[in-house]
Write a protein of this length. Structure first.
Length: 145
């Protein structure tokens, strides 16, 4: 048995980058930051470390991300780790590990300052984003392959 599942809560570091494959499939790329804090036992000082995570979303979920997520948005991401490789201009093999999202939930409050989270768009994105039974996608659907 194998498990490849990632769950993150963090803030977007920049606006989502909207792309479309040649066959019209929507893709959204963005990065989120997660931070952890701890107290150094020796010095008593608080330390913080921030990690950046590249996120890729597809289809209707990508359209949701491109429309509603903004720099600084607080989001919950659930997905799987995928590492892709390519040869750069100098012929060097390059690798990038990303989270391919199958759930994206906006956790920020509504702009009218009510205490109700924006979940109505999440339901739309989750209901219309379909992943095949084996959680894979065709290489033809990847715009950077």
């Amino acid at each position: 048995m194998n498990v490849n599942k990632v769950m993150l809560i963090g803030r977007l570091g920049q606006e989502p980058e909207a792309k479309y494959t040649p066959n019209g499939t929507a893709v959204s790329n963005f990065s989120i930051a997660t931070s952890e804090k701890w107290k150094d036992k020796a010095s008593g000082e608080w330390n913080e470390k921030t990690e950046w995570h590249r996120i890729v979303s597809w289809n209707k979920q990508a359209e949701f991300c491109n429309q509603y997520l903004k720099k600084g948005s607080l989001v919950y991401i659930e997905g799987k780790l995928v590492t892709r490789s390519w040869d750069d201009k100098e012929g060097q093999k390059r690798y990038m590990t990303e989270v391919v999202a199958n759930t994206v939930q906006l956790l920020d409050k509504k702009e009218n300052n009510t205490d109700t989270p924006q979940t109505d768009f999440v339901a739309q994105a989750k209901d219309t984003f379909n992943i095949s039974a084996d959680n894979s996608f065709a290489q033809d659907d990847i715009p950077f392959w």
